[in-house]
Design a protein around this ligand. Sequence first.
Ligand code: MTE
Length: 314
Amino acid sequence: MLIGRKADIAPSEITPRAVWLDRRRFLGAAGGLGAGLILGGEAGAAPLQAAASPLSTGEPKTPKEDVTSYNNFYEFGTGKSDPKANAGSLTTSPWSIRIDGLVNKPGDYALEDILKGVSLEERIYRMRCVEGWSMVIPWIGFPLSEIVRRAEPQGSARYLRFETLVRPAEMSGQRSILPILDWPYVEGLRMDEAMHPLTILATGLYGETLPNQNGAPVRLVVPWKYGFKGVKSIVRISFVEAEPRTSWMTQSPREYGFYANVNPAVDHPRWSQKTERRIGEGGIFVKRRETLPFNGYADQVAGLYSGMDLRTFF
Ligand code: MTE
């Protein structure tokens, strides 16, 4: 709780929240607003303007407190509470993303400029972690396809390779003497997965800018894949011809494949993937839910994998 910063009162504090949300929806739907960062109240949590999306789930949202305090972000340590405890040290502005590889428009792009050309939407997505838990998160973001189009990929670009920032001075896990992962954290998507309308780059959650522990200032969200595909604090997107080798494939190729589609029929070597525990739904005695193929997004995405044996391409 910050006190003594009256000059920074957020609109949410002076307007009843429902009215304010409605106005944001209206403004968002009117289009052309771009990122519209407005004055923030609490440090690191400025309100974001975003239109509601028909692609959102109507399921109850996981409490914000859980979404922002139970995290995986190994650059800040391997414990679930480490990211919230340690990520405050990360400077997220200015921020730029290098776009390179097989594109006609390579370059270092300021995030600010990228955001000027997109409209933010609120996307409430079910998220499923490979460790057996799930959440429902109201992300704010924009389709990754918008960046792909602007980069003008060449015909030979078949995959996207993402890198997270490497900055040991601000990322305590990268200073650890015990090896955690090879840095930078690397993830990848096939071009059609990257172009799919459900795939977004997120800059916020719960109506506010992304907290550092969730991947500020910009991270990937792919709701039909296990959570680890959601690479955080992205600084580089490379367009490449060959399937990228991701951090988790390097760490343990037997356990983690490139596709990582949520699939109750294919167990992780150490865990069954048939059921999941929804975070925030109560104690350990709460009934586990059945995990759905493609995390419940099969109607939209199963076609991307027709003809592929998903046991081989796990
Ligand atoms: N990105 C980076 N750079 N480093 C990480 O350790 N962890 C992944 C993914 N993105 C990770 C990352 C894993 S394992 C998960 S489950 C999700 O982030 C968690 O995202 P959340 O903390 O916002 O829920």
